[in-house]
Design a protein around this ligand. Sequence first.
Ligand code: 9L3
Ligand code: MG
Length: 128
Amino acid sequence: MTINVVVGAAIIRDGRLLAAQRAEPAELAGGWEFPGGKVDPGESDEDALVRECHEELDAKVALGERVGGDWPLGTGSVLRVWTAEIVEGEPSALEHLALRWLGLDELHEVEWLPGDLPVVEAVTAYLR
Ligand code: 9L3
Ligand code: MG
């Protein structure tokens, strides 16, 4: 069995984390996530994450540290997360319903997808 790898970016600027509200599919729409998506065949995780951020946010990111290991998403998928910073452009919600920059005291003002929520806890260490 192959595991499907999904990559996500914990984009941080000035002590705030970028959260993105999913537009689809219907069962996930409205939930908040780390921007990112599926790794294509033959593509490295890191390349996929930079590509996804460009496609979804119209911004260029530089990746930092890996946050934890394989975070289970259920149904044979895992989420791999890296910290990131914007190095070019200003993020726009090209594929999301909305974007928010959340400070430490605001992290739980949005409803994170269940798979992303434990990663939010792990990311707080980078916001201090
Ligand atoms: N997913 C969960 N958390 C995330 C991301 C980027 C993705 N932070 C889930 C939602 C989809 C699947 O992984 O079921 C593939 O994501 P996408 O390629 O539709 O963004
Ligand atoms: Mg995506």
